[in-house]
Design a protein around this ligand. Structure first.
Ligand code: NAP
Length: 311
């Protein structure tokens, strides 16, 4: 079977959109990611710098060449193309898309400072702006590569048409980050096959449907700063039902539901799974049994359960 990477997701520890995560817990969660996963995903917008800074606090304790860091650019809170309004710790913030040559170079410098490192392993466009074109953006990224500030570059949240423009112009991205989980399977139609055909790594994000596929939520008791509080009761009940049906299949292997989901996703022809964690214990649990494989009959059983409940 194809080797699938597990990558630690640090959106949660930035707190924005998720509610409080104590600094000590956030640091220890990142330590688990760096120790055991050796690969971490972040972005400047995760906690408006907090997530990258937390990685920067501990990165020095690890051999840099043993660790891969993936971070992003293209969203800022000052200027560019208006994207959305949000709130962080009671403060109203506007988020803009911007990815011209000058801003990419400036953002890269700031990320390197926050991460306390002199290169980024994989640098990704977070969301595509209307201009400049993807080709122009890719040219700037190639410059950063030549300067040694990044090793590889990629894109997030773009379709196969966009990927094709890059591929046809010999500016193939190293990877694509895209939402994909057992309930959100749209990428199976064209995005994943396209990435396989052109050897672009497909890294899936939100494998647990932002924690809702872990089986622990059946009522809406989220923190006031956690935007999962907007979820309708019916959706939570539906997700709880799915996890109850999955539980006996997971128990056959002594797996928890999150562990089962990650192992199940390894069978889907993807290259990596970015699994988020709010605590060090979640981070440890999620990688513990990752090398295990499921029997064909159990993969099919799970597939049928997930099919019944598409979100
Ligand atoms: N490129 C992009 O546009 C993009 C977009 C989204 C995400 N991402 C990346 O992908 C990563 C993962 O996606 P995500 O954070 O959206 O969601 P996710 O991985 O689907 O869910 C993460 C959440 O699930 C819960 N959880 C995880 N493991 C658990 C366990 N063992 N037991 C119980 N609960 C557990 C935790 O939240 P609670 O404890 O609060 O329930 C955790 O924060 C992000 O951190 C980020 O790095 C990228």
């Amino acid at each position: 079977m194809k080797k699938v990477e597990i990558i630690g997701g640090t959106w949660t520890i930035g707190e924005w959109h998720w509610g409080r995560v104590e600094e000590r817990e956030a640091i220890e969660t990142v330590e688990v990611f760096l120790n055991k996963y050796k690969f971490v995903d972040t972005a400047p917008i995760y906690g408006f710098g907090r997530s990258e800074k937390i990685i920067g606090k501990v990165l020095g304790n690890f051999k840099r060449k043993d660790i891969k860091i993936m971070t992003k650019f293209g969203l800022n809170t000052e200027n560019g193309e208006f994207f959305f309004k949000t709130e962080y710790k009671g403060k109203k913030i506007s988020v803009y898309k911007r990815a011209d040559r000058e801003s990419i170079k400036e953002e890269c410098k700031k990320s390197l400072e926050r991460l306390k490192t002199d290169y980024i392993d994989i640098y990704l466009l977070h969301f595509k702006p209307s201009s400049p074109s993807l080709l122009n953006i890719a040219e700037t990224l190639e410059e950063l590569k030549e300067e040694g500030l990044i090793k590889q570059w990629g894109v997030c949240n773009v379709n196969t048409g966009d990927l094709n423009i890059l591929v046809k112009n010999k500016l193939k991205p190293y990877c694509l980050q895209f939402k994909y989980n057992p309930l959100f399977t749209k990428p199976e139609k064209s995005v994943i096959p396209y990435c396989r055909k052109y050897k672009i790594k497909f890294y899936s994000y939100s494998p647990f449907e932002r924690g809702l596929l872990t089986g622990k939520y059946n009522e809406n008791n989220f923190d006031k700063e956690d935007d999962r509080k907007f979820l309708k009761k019916e959706k939570l009940e539906k997700l709880k039902l799915i996890t109850e049906k999955i539980k006996p299949v997971a128990l056959k292997y002594n797996l928890t539901i999150p562990q089962f989901i990650l192992i199940y996703m390894k069978t889907k022809g993807i290259d990596g799974i970015i699994a988020g964690a709010r605590t060090k214990n979640q981070a440890k649990e999620n990688i513990e049994q990752f090398n295990l494989n499921l029997k064909k009959e159990d993969i099919e059983k799970a597939e049928n359960i997930f099919k019944e409940f598409k979100v």
